[in-house]
Design a binder for this molecule. Structure first.
Ligand code: KG4
Ligand code: ZN
Length: 337
């Protein structure tokens, strides 16, 4: 069946057509209209501007997704839309558009949890992937570890207690003068620096807990940069990028290792925007190789927010008959609608 996936939770408007059945996972189109250039002027996402930009783009990219896929609206078996979590105004644009389209054409509508969407991207890149597995979701808004019992059942077993890893990358990226969002630029810059040049705390909380805290490393880095400035000493930005990335990647790898040990799971999925980080991918590859664990990561283009991952997650909601209707609302919260 063909599923239209719609995503508008933050600063990307996306529509995609995915073909999914038992054993079939094909991305027919995946159109992403990024608003990064607009938000870059402000150094972060401005919610009201995001909502307006979604309104401007959503109709155009939806028809582009259908056209690229070579299908008509009437061939769609379902419309899947991100309903939570995210920026409420931004989410409402996608939800209302999807509701109108589904209602006016009599197409089943399914609501998708954005986080489940990120994990579902792994099914598109790894067609044989099947739960149960552990999923590590690392994005601009989340850093969590889940026990995924089935395609639609998630149990959170670890999470950040404050900032998300992506947010922490973006903040330090901005302070050292990298363009917003700093994550991808910091990833590259880290290759040119010495990770041991600066002493920074680990974001992995001590003990058996699978939780993280990124506020300490963020503050320590900002304090280091301020003190260098006060002393009139030059800052080696590449060393900052290398040390910061090293500590974050080691912390995530450490907690992934503990989670694998505690759960006995033999498959790990890495998902979310930060899953595109080359250092994190290499570190988890190494961890999984030494432990004989299968690592499933979406291709990099499927790590950031996109409609294809929402369509994939929507397919599993459809399969269990979990439909939404015109009463569907959006929610900013992780707990849902
Ligand atoms: O999943 P995503 O597209 O949006 C949210 O749901 O939050 O993630 C966006 C985040 C941003 O913080 C961005 O800087 C980060 O993913 N990111 C990266 C890389 N590419 C994107 N962080 C580190 N290394 C990268 N290569
Ligand atoms: Zn996301």
């Amino acid at each position: 069946m063909y599923i239209l996936g719609m995503e508008s939770s933050c600063d990307e408007t996306s529509a995609a057509v995915v073909e999914m059945e038992e054993g079939i996972r094909k991305i027919r189109s995946n159109i992403v209209a990024s608003q990064i250039d607009v938000h870059r002027l402000y150094g972060g996402v401005v919610p009201e501007i995001a909502s307006r930009a979604h309104i401007e783009a959503i109709s155009r990219i939806t028809y582009e997704a259908l056209e690229t896929a070579g299908i008509t609206v009437d061939q769609l078996g379902a419309v899947a839309v991100t309903a939570f979590p995210g920026l409420i105004g931004a989410l409402l644009i996608g939800v209302n558009f999807a509701k109108s389209m589904a209602y006016s054409r009599g197409i089943p509508l399914v609501a998708v949890n954005h986080i489940h969407g990120h994990v579902a991207a792994a099914y598109l890149s790894h067609p044989n992937l099947k739960p149960p597995f552990l999923a590590l979701v690392v994005s601009g808004g989340h850093t969590s570890i889940y026990r995924v019992e089935s395609e639609t059942e998630f149990v959170e077993i670890g999470a950040t207690r404050d900032d998300a890893a992506g947010e922490a990358f973006d903040k330090v990226g901005r302070v050292i003068g990298l363009p917003y969002p700093g994550g991808a630029a910091l990833d590259q810059l880290a290759y040119e620096g010495d990770p041991k040049a600066i002493v920074l705390p680990s974001p992995a909380l001590a003990g058996d807990t699978l939780d993280f805290s990124f506020s300490g490393i963020k503050t320590a880095t900002l304090n280091y940069l301020n003190s260098m400035e006060q002393k009139g000493m030059p800052v080696n930005r590449a060393d900052v990028a290398a040390a910061y990335t090293d500590r974050i990647v080691k912390a995530i790898t450490q907690k992934a290792g503990q989670a694998l040990e505690q759960s006995g799971m033999k498959t790990l999925v890495l998902a979310g925007g930060v899953a595109a980080n080359s250092h994190l991918r290499a570190s988890l590859e190494q961890l999984c190789r030494t432990r004989g664990v299968c690592l499933a990561m979406p291709e990099r283009v499927l790590c950031g927010d996109n409609g294809a991952m929402i369509a994939a997650a929507g397919y599993f909601q459809y399969r269990i008959g979990h439909f939404a209707d015109t009463a569907l609302n959006a929610s900013a919260s992780d707990d849902g609608i």
